[in-house]
Design a protein around this ligand. Sequence first.
Ligand SMILES: Cc1cc2nc3c(=O)[nH]c(=O)nc-3n(C[C@H](O)[C@H](O)[C@H](O)COP(=O)(O)OP(=O)(O)OC[C@H]3O[C@@H](n4cnc5c(N)ncnc54)[C@H](O)[C@@H]3O)c2cc1C
Length: 485
Amino acid sequence: MTICYGLRVLVFDRFTVGAVHREWNISRDELNELLTVGLLTPDELEQVIQREYTDGLVCFASAHIQVPPAELHLKDVLNVAVDAERLTQLCVQKIKAHQPRSGLPNRILHRTSFEHCKVAPQQNVNVSVTTEGEAYMYAARLLVDGMGSTSPIACQLNCGRPFSLVCPTVGTVAHGYKVGTTPDAIDPELGEILVTTEDARNGRQLIWEAFPGHDDQVAIYLFHYAETGQPVDLLELFDDFFALLLSYKDTSNVEIIRPVYGFIPAGYNITLPWQKERKVLAYDRVISLGDAAAFQSPLTFCGFGSYVRNLRRITSLLAYALEHNLLNASDLNRIRASEAIPAVARAFSKFMIAQPNQSDKPWQVNETLNIFCRALADLGPRITNDFFKDRVGWLDYTRLVLNTPKYYPQIYKLTLATLTPTEILGWITAWLQLGRQSITLTLYQNTHKLLRRIAALLPGLRTLRSSFNSHLRHTMLEQITRNKV
Ligand SMILES: Cc1cc2nc3c(=O)[nH]c(=O)nc-3n(C[C@H](O)[C@H](O)[C@H](O)COP(=O)(O)OP(=O)(O)OC[C@H]3O[C@@H](n4cnc5c(N)ncnc54)[C@H](O)[C@@H]3O)c2cc1C
């Protein structure tokens, strides 16, 4: 907001601003968005990349399943390991060095905790904080809540339930793993995106991820999908991590550098057409973003990826809102990450959660995921890549859904056992909304193209074309702010 729109910003954190304590993986084309918006230069982008792999593995345990096993090799999904700390430090330096339009400097406040804020809707928001025990108050036109999954603002706005799905994740960054191409070794050219080595245990289907970083460092995570309300314990998960790591990788010479852990939230409640309630993201002059908004897909849980993919959309809409003083709750509530695809992913994520009523079939999640891999493999790499990057189109998504019963006729019975009637209805609603969005976008793109062609043929129509273009742009912006596209 400061570099691209010249606004003055103050950034604070209860610990150190820009200290991330985690690793991020993303694809190259998604990361390039940071160049497109003008946040980083190409040299800076290369500095924050630790490693880029040529292959990505998705493979689920098949020892007890009743269907043929299938695995996926993805070429451009989560294949860039980003040095998260370096990226955020670079952004902090840029914020400090940048001169906003007002001529007054930006501010960075470390060890500063949010206490509360008071909104004067017509004027500003007063934010009370404590810095090392001392109380301070700052006034601003807008407060952006980026306090993550435990944000007190998101919690208050959503009556104590800011998200409905969660991915508890633990792991380590370590070095000394055996290098090679056998399953127990680390291949520096391969990111292991989703791997299971056994069936569900204690009602949880545990999933591994292994991402080589710089030199011989590797980040390995263990996680599972859960709904809020289910008991979730990160220390217990760490016990499983250390007990099971030996069955996943050869750890004979491994030295741990640091632990990595957290809860990654996803906010999708099932909303039926007649229900008004949606996730609340804003109050007058206050808006939640990132994990506080929890709008990443409940399938991939890639919060950093979601930030990057929606960066242009969110920042341009925020700039528009600030410029036109559209800072009340209902206007700000429309500024949200694109929802259509994460909403349809909600139903899929339920198939990744071991169901208590299937305790006699601990292999069920692995079986479903093997089928899912087979259906995606047959649809080809483009659709598979799109699926894992939260940008699958309506038609491709529909083909995936329609193809699955061909491989697995039991899917209907399984769906009825996995989703409640409300969830099935919610999923159909989300699917229809994705369809409406796809049609609107196709219509817009085709009208735009057609008009450009006609106007190019008839020079006299240039003025008409430019006024029509600006009308279309205006309508699109209106549509986006009203969350129709
Ligand atoms: C182990 C792990 C691995 C991950 N890997 C990936 C990945 O490979 N790719 C990907 O796309 N995503 C990944 N994610 C998800 C990603 O890290 C998050 O979605 C992302 O960090 C969200 O950013 P955020 O700024 O919204 O929240 P956070 O990163 O949680 O930051 C919130 C900040 O708010 C501060 N804060 C909280 N309360 C207060 C308060 N009262 N006052 C002041 N400050 C406060 C905190 O100190 C913190 O710095 C991973 C997550 C985890 C846990």
